[in-house]
Every structure is written in structure tokens, then in C-alpha cells.
Design a binder for this molecule. Sequence first.
Ligand code: SAH
Length: 396
Amino acid sequence: MTNTKATVVLKSTKEQSLKRFHPWVFSGAIKEIEGTVQEGDLVKVVSNTREFLGTGHYQIGSIAVRIVTFTDEPVDSAFWKKKLAEAVSLRRALGLLDSTDTNVFRLVHGEGDGLPGLIVDFYNGTAVLQAHSVGMYLIRNELAQLLKELLGEQLQAVYNKSDKTLPFKADLKPENGYLLGTSEPTIVKEYGQAFRVDWVEGQKTGFFIDQRENRRLVQEYAQGRDVLNMFCYSGGFSFYAMRGGANLVHSVDSSAKAIDLTNQNVELNFENDPRHEAFVADAFSFMRDIKDKYDLIILDPPAFAKHRNALHQALQAYKRLNAKAFEQVRPGGIVFTFSCSQVVTKDKFREAVFSGAAISGRKVRILHQLTQPADHPINMYHPEGEYLKGLVLYVD
Ligand code: SAH
């Protein structure tokens, strides 16, 4: 029934994880491929005893197939439309598509929406599509059309930004650009605060949408505090802190572009507010000497480990960074600390923060355990999807 050209046959016992609906087939699990296959093709996956397991996109690499369905059904335009419609319904159910104070959110979150390899972020009428697999990249125009059919007037443009997320060996020479309509870099709203978002020039799809709820929590703790927002990018945590009544807010990032963006955004929300200052600096040098300067420190570093073999070094970096914050935050201070590395598990991250606390010798208590928001859903069968981890700590 499946409309595929080739069949991937797994080695004996390698069907177990697929039977538990985990959507990845690793190359080492494959016994043979029947038929000819090219990167990005849909393939049927069967067990060693030829039981149907799923259909997915084939790619050369450690993850060889990303399963899009565990049912033996055609994977055609109607199929993709159904999957995208499910993703849209969830965001409607979350109130995000009709909200008056938030118009930026994630519309499709890869495995979390049963669409491995596909990310779509929504910025006030512009969808920014990011393909992480060759298969999704090849059908990008079709996906853009289907999104338009589903969202109608709510969607003016779809921009493809996949140049950095596709395997370079696939030699697709991806170029970023509009797949549908056009739009200008825009000002979006998140809980009523304004952000300038530039998907063409910005990091990721333009904005770190995944910190929305955690930024809002910072607002609750900011009253009367001196705040350090380390790794600030476009400054989100800073102006939530300002809205929450912070005394002063220092935003720091090693990228001059990011600091520019932060200053612009702070101006948008708090014109000429003397409480805010931004610095271009490396985190480790800035934090060398901040003893008793701050009573709320936010640490939201980039993914220190992008691959498993960088894990040990990443954990050391988290430990050192957090130790610096614990050692120097004022008594009664609060530390918000995060990791967005997928390969660093919740437990490993907590251990690293624990080691950092132990080095500082301070009494540290966990107030909140944070994760990604509901528009970044975690597929139960794909625990790797829980990539954002955070802790809010009280330091006596
Ligand atoms: N907190 C941000 C997202 C942070 S992304 C938000 O809410 O939007 C991580 C940021 O860390 C990037 O902007 C990157 O430029 C910055 N960065 C990377 N390495 C750094 C370093 N060594 N010191 C300071 N900033 C760094």
C-alpha cells in the first residue's frame, strides 16, 4: 500500500525500538536495502521476518530513516496535510493562533509533532521553515502550500531557512528564500512585549521561542533585584526582568549583533530606561569578577555539546559556569540556569549544576525545574525531544 520505491530490511531484533514507536532507524540496524534509494526518498521499513514497521525518509548518516508513519498507508499530499493539520490544531488548542498578546510560537516541532526533520516557527503571519532532513527539504514547496491551505489569511509568507541544518554531504546547495509570498523582518509580540525578529539574518529561525514561559517566570522574581542576563541574544529575559520591576539589568553576549538587537528591543519596550545596559563580552571573562554585584543571574548558554563526543567537555563547561554564578551571587540571590543541548540529559545537567554548587560551597536550593513550552511538545516515544532543561535556584 505504501508508495515507496525501496524497502529497508532490519537485522533481527532491531525492530524493537520501532515497535515502541521510536521514529529513528540507525544505519547499524539495517541488514539490506531492496531497490534503489536516494537520499530524501520515502522507504518502507520491515523487520527481518518482513513484518511492516513504518515508512520514513531515507538519509545517509547515523540516523538512516526518520519514520513518518507506523501505519501502512500512502504518504502523499493528503497525508502531509493531515499531519500539518494536527500540528495546527494543537497550537489552536493552546490558544496561540488566536492570542492577542502573543503572535510568535513554534508551529511544527519535528518528532514532537510526528514530523521528524521539520521545524516551522510562526512570526506574526510569516512561517519560517527549517528542514533538518533531506526528505523534508525536497518537499518544502508542497509543505508551504499545505500550510497556506490550512492557515488561510493567517499566513502571508513562508520563508525557507535550511542552509545550516541540512547535511552538507547531501550536496543540496540549499539557499534560503521565500517559498510563498514575501514579508519584511517584523516586530512580534510575546506576552505583550515587542521583539524585532529578522529570520533572514538572525540566529536559528530568528528568535529563541522556546524560552517564552521561562522568561515570564523571570518577571516574577525580578522585583527590586540587580539582574545579569548572560547569553542574552535578543534580550528577552532582560525586558521581562524590567517589566517585573528590576533595579538594574545588565545584558551580556559575545556577539555584537546580538547586543545591537538587545538594545533595539529594550528601546521598543522601555524607551530611554536608564536601568538597562548591554555589554559585548565573553561569559567566562565577564563573570571572572562579579562578586556581590547581582541578585538574579540568568545563564542561557548555546548548546555546549552538539554531539555525543563533546559531552564531557560540555558538562565541565556547565559546571564552571554555574560555579561562577553561585560563588558570586549576593546572599538571597536567584540563579536561572539552562541547557539546550539535546545530548545532555536532565540528570547529567543537574549533576553538572550540583558540582558547580558544591565548588561554591554555598547553600543552594531548587525552586523550579523548567523545560520547553507546550508548542515544543515532546513525543512520549522519543525522549530525546526533551532538549531544554532549566533550574531556578535559591542561594542563601
Ligand atoms: N537567552 C536568549 C538565547 C541565548 S542563545 C534568549 O532568550 O533569546 C545563546 C547566546 O549565547 C547567543 O546569542 C550567542 O551569541 C551567545 N554566546 C555564545 N558563546 C558565548 C560566550 N562565550 N560568551 C557570551 N555569549 C556567548
